[in-house]
Unconditional design. Structure first.
Lengths: 751, 290
């Protein structure tokens, strides 16, 4: 009979000496600030060559000529890889065997489908030679007119949006709800294309040894990359070793292996030497995914008392001509506001662009800024305070499904955020507040939400006779602090202090840690670690309880508790024994446990699972110039158990800054004539500089969730970008009386 | 195959010789904060780069005859740290220090900012307003030209291919003189001016403006010296009437373009507001120097 040692029945943070909940600093922080941390592109194996992409300067058509002899004649150039000589693949890069297999541009033809598409790779002894070689290719093209923007063609209803959600969902009778409404809002909002700009561009250092492949490569999903590469290259996944100890940011762009990384691997195959390929900043604007532009129409009906009667949210989005990724922008309206009738729908237009892809809160971010703006407009139409309006329409169950929430501390988020910000007393009308310098002052708010997801992962835990332990998992630290938070979970799982625990992560030969995406990494990898640790402790407990010499002999159903390197009898803590003594007597050097995690289908069927938050923003606007500064941001978020409050605050700050950038700065501009990006660099593609970042506060609102997983963890990685954009936009309205419906907000529109 | 030569001459004559003898495009390097970016992006592919920083005197600030001589390759950081210059020409210094980031300030120079010939260069309207002149060296010797005559259009200057700027002169100040520069950018830092306005004034003992120069940036192909703006200020104590005339004259002078950073209408409006505000600061500074 299995003894009851289930740690999950005891809230981990309630146990003595728990590492969970402590605001530890990053485990790898010293390595990073001293420059010791080796990122993928820092690796230089012996004999390594440099590969540089040549990227298309047209958006549609074909490459008619590449001056390969000129490039080859340049001193130092070793090879030029084109469709003519690219090593064969075992799988067509345009094959789509399942919905999450995205098509890659791997020089399979001379066709050009978007600007910045890779069209050749030059491999040379130096980066300079490879760069010059790529320039010497001087490609010539046969160009067709580029299809650009949301109005470029016929729109259609996509088969699914996001990760397999229906494109159209409906509850109740929206038209009847709108017809019966005393107050109505019908507004259309536009959001721009945004491109991934992680500090670390995509990189790969690839070395082949026969049919074995060794890779240094930033990845948010090593096991998925391994499987994808195995299929493309026709080799066994276990022959592919990926090292991804540090990422200079991922944000979704490194979730699936990117085409240019595969090209680096193929270049190494071609030349028979290790090869490094690093994207230039401007080459990020095309082949590594982006957030597509949207045009969203929100129709809201409300009774005279502010009670919603209908909410309709339609999103028109773009996608590429050759693949299917559909940003689920309208799905933002599924969960937040109680309305008897909700309709969400999507239509899409195919344009000459790289395929859009996951980018921090895909769908939620784009949808949230429109929804939260429209809710603000609806509150105004009802002459109600925006917070009172939201509370009036607070969803006690998930509106689209009718399911109860597994937990929802949004009321507390509203209350604590509003209190901290000082929301009370905000005048309803715009242009009512000025500061001492004469600047117009505005206050706005938005609600944040993001689903609490779980994926699959595995972990291995070892408890050693010497009093130490090891936990292994191929998890991904993108800078978010995963290794720190997961090590905290691991220490508790094996009942050791974090100093006694060796935490191994970041390589693909470890158990699959699952993808670091969907804000689900801590929950997913954490639960695998929790299970593995539990199994290792269970082994120890069996050894002790079956041994008459142990103080724990016969504990049986009473069970034991593991902490500080000892097992304690649950019903009598005076009876305990150290791991070292148990293992020594058993003649064992160590015990091992393995664990898996994945969502609980029963709980997921019964409950709607989401994290929530409320964001409050203050802006100041120069009345003569429209010059606009966000001066304060307060966010209050409830996301289940917080493993490391320091890391979580940092995630919230990052999300809030990005939300502010969504409202005010970020926008990729495409030349309508050529289909090329006009601002594919960090000088012209604006994100906030440090001086733009206001005073910020992120409040961690307590929330206990018994259903999401045994550890009670929801996700924190994406939620803060939602809510914030709307809060800033609403504050701009409150300051100026000008309603921005086109993002980023143009100062020209405010004067 | 393209090749790029680099030379770092030790004298002005050597530099002129190199520029004159170049077989293809030759570029003068001072701070390099524009040139290196353009090289990397492939926007310019010169055959020769002549680095002027080894030429004695090309970096540094001297006080001469009550005015200032600023070496062409003097960095923004050095200009910002020069207390005497900042006291007499605060507008020139604040404009120069707006260029780029702290790191860029370690290299960026007045000559580079001018000869890159961007309509939005921050130091240029301030130098024009201050009445700065550029000393240009060439095979026939040196010539001195007002800064407003150096740039002829976006990316174009009046310098011959074998000429380069060695230094700038800022004239001796009359009493109760001061300048100011303001620019508008959407972001708080690290951005290119949507509009820039430099104002330089001299007041009499009663606070009445006796001389003024006003220059606007980013509202036309080159930075403008706007005589009507100056006329609006001269004879006034910067009352509301003068400000309105200044605002109108500034708006009338603008010939901007629409781009991602701002529309034509918006730039025109902002030019008027910035001219007013810069004038107010310059008047206040000048009055304080009595």
């Amino acid at each position: 009979m299995t003894p009851d040692i289930s740690l999950s029945q005891v809230p981990a943070h309630a146990r003595h000496g728990s590492s969970i909940g402590r605001p530890l600093t990053r485990r790898e922080g010293v390595l990073k600030v001293t420059g010791v941390a080796r990122y993928a592109a820092d690796n230089h194996p012996a004999g390594m060559l440099y590969a540089v992409l040549a990227a298309s300067r047209i958006a549609r058509g074909r490459v008619t000529c590449l001056d390969v002899p000129a490039a080859m004649a340049h001193p130092g150039v070793v090879a030029v890889m084109t469709p003519a000589n690219r090593p064969a693949l075992a799988l067509d890069p345009d094959a789509k065997l399942h919905p999450f297999m995205f098509r890659l541009d791997l020089l399979q033809s001379d066709a050009v489908r978007y600007a910045n598409q890779p069209i050749a790779v030059v491999i040379a002894e130096t980066l300079e030679a490879a760069t010059e070689g790529a320039a010497l290719l001087a490609p010539r093209y046969e160009a067709l007119p580029a299809r650009v923007g949301l109005d470029a063609g016929e729109s259609f209803v996509p088969p699914v949006v996001g990760v397999g959600h229906p494109a159209e969902q409906l509850v109740g009778d929206v038209e009847a709800g709108l017809a019966s409404a005393a107050r109505r809002v019908d507004a259309t909002y536009e959001t721009p294309a945004q491109y991934h700009n992680a500090m670390e561009p995509h990189a790969v250092v690839a070395a082949w040894d026969g049919d074995s492949l060794s890779l240094d490569m930033p990845s948010q999903g090593m096991a998925m990359a391994q499987a994808r590469l195995a299929g493309l290259l026709g080799i066994a996944p276990e022959n592919i070793m990926i090292r991804s100890p540090f990422l200079g940011g991922g944000f979704g762009s490194k979730g699936l292996i990117a085409g240019p990384q595969v090209l680096g691997i193929l270049a190494a195959r071609l030349v028979g030497r290790p090869v490094k390929l690093v994207l230039r900043r401007e080459q990020m604007y095309g082949p590594v995914g982006h957030r597509p532009p949207t045009r969203q129409r929100l129709r809201i009906g409300a009774g005279a008392d502010g009670t919603l009667t209908a909410l309709a949210h339609h999103a028109l989005i773009t996608t590429s001509t050759f693949d299917d990724f559909f940003e689920p922008a309208a799905d933002a309206s599924h969960t937040l506001y109680a309305s008897p009738a909700i309709a969400t729908s999507h239509t899409a237009v195919r344009i000459d662009t790289g395929t859009p892809m996951f980018m921090r809160a895909p769908g939620e971010a784009t949808g949230s800024i429109a929804l939260e703006s429209a809710i603000d407009e609806a509150a105004l139409a009802c002459r109600m305070d925006p917070l009172a309006f939201r509370l009036k329409n607070y969803a006690e169950v998930e509106p689209i499904s009718g399911k109860p929430f597994s937990s929802k501390a949004l009321r507390a988020c509203y209350a604590q955020g509003a209190d901290r910000f000082g929301w009370a007393g905000r005048p309803l009308a715009p242009r009512q507040m000025r500061d001492a310098a004469g600047m117009l002052v505005g206050w706005g708010m938005g609600t944040a939400t993001f689903p609490a997801l779980m994926f699959q992962a595995e972990a291995r835990a070892v408890i050693r006779r010497n009093g130490g332990g090891v936990v292994e998992i191929g998890a991904h630290d993108m800078g978010q602090g995963a290794w720190t938070a997961l090590a905290q979970i691991a220490a508790d799982a094996v009942g050791l202090g974090i100093e006694q625990l060796e935490f191994r992560s970041g390589t693909s030969d470890l158990p699959d840690g699952g993808i670091a995406g969907g804000s689900a990494h801590t929950a997913t990898a954490g639960m695998a670690i929790h299970a593995a640790g539990g199994e290792a402790v269970a082994r120890l407990a069996e050894l002790a309880m079956d041994d008459a010499r142990s103080p724990l002999f016969g504990a049986g159903n009473a069970g034991v508790v593991a902490r500080d390197g000892r097992l304690f009898r649950r019903d009598d803590e005076s009876r305990s024994e150290s791991y070292a003594d148990i293992l020594t007597r058993a003649g064992l050097a160590q015990v091992e446990g393995r664990g898996k995690s994945g969502g609980d289908p029963a709980a997921q069927t019964a409950y709607a699972m989401h994290a929530h938050g409320a964001v409050f923003a203050e802006v100041k606007v120069d009345p003569d110039l429209g010059q606009l500064r966000v001066t304060r941001l307060v966010g209050a978020f409830a996301a289940g158990r917080i493993i490391n409050p320091r890391m979580v605050r940092s995630q919230y700050y990052g999300g809030m800054i990005w939300g502010m950038a969504f409202a005010l700065h970020e926008e990729a501009v495409t030349d309508r004539r050529s289909g090329r990006m006009l601002n594919a660099n960090l000088a012209d593609y604006h994100i906030p500089v440090n001086a733009d970042v206001p005073e910020m506060e992120a409040l961690l609102v307590e929330e206990h969730d018994p259903h999401v997983n045994a550890l009670g963890i929801k996700g924190v990685g994406e939620i803060a970008i939602t809510g914030t954009g709307g809060a800033v936009a609403n504050a701009v309205w409150h300051a100026t009386g000008m309603r921005a419906r086109r993002f980023p907000i143009r100062i020209d529109d405010l004067v | 195959m393209s090749s790029l030569s680099y030379a770092a001459p030790a004298t002005v004559d050597e530099a002129i010789g190199l520029l004159a003898g170049a077989s293809g495009l030759a570029k003068v390097l001072s701070g390099g904060t524009d040139l290196l970016v353009q090289l990397r992006s492939g926007r310019t592919r010169p055959a020769l780069i002549v680095d002027t920083k080894k030429i004695p005197g090309i970096i540094g600030i001297r006080e001469v005859d009550g005015g200032f001589v600023i070496g062409a390759a003097t960095s923004g950081a050095m200009i910002g740290e020069h207390a005497a210059l900042a006291a007499v020409y605060p507008g020139v210094v604040e404009a120069t220090n707006l260029i780029g980031s702290t790191q860029v300030q370690g290299r960026a120079s007045l000559a580079g900012n001018l000869c890159n010939a961007s309509p939005a260069a921050d130091s240029v309207p301030a130098m024009i307003a201050a009445g700065a002149t550029a000393v240009i060296a060439g095979p026939k010797g040196r010539r001195t030209v007002p800064v407003e005559q150096v740039v002829t259009g976006p990316g174009r200057t009046s310098l011959a291919r074998d000429e380069f700027i060695v230094e700038f002169h800022l004239p001796k100040r009359a009493p109760r003189s001061a300048d100011a520069y303001l620019r508008f950018i959407p972001r708080t830092e690290m951005d290119i001016a949507v509009v820039g306005a430099g104002v330089n004034v001299t007041l009499d003992a009663a606070g009445v403006c006796t001389a003024a120069r006003v220059s606007l940036g980013a509202v036309a192909p080159t930075a403008l010296l706007v005589a009507d703006c100056a006329a609006a200020l001269v004879g006034s104590k910067l009352d509301e009437h003068a400000l309105a005339k200044l605002d109108l004259a500034a708006r009338d002078a603008c010939k901007p373009i629409d781009d991602k950073r701002g529309t034509i209408d918006f730039r025109i409006k902002v030019a008027g507001v910035l001219a007013r505000r810069a004038a107010a600061i310059a008047f206040e500074r000048a009055a304080a120097r009595s």
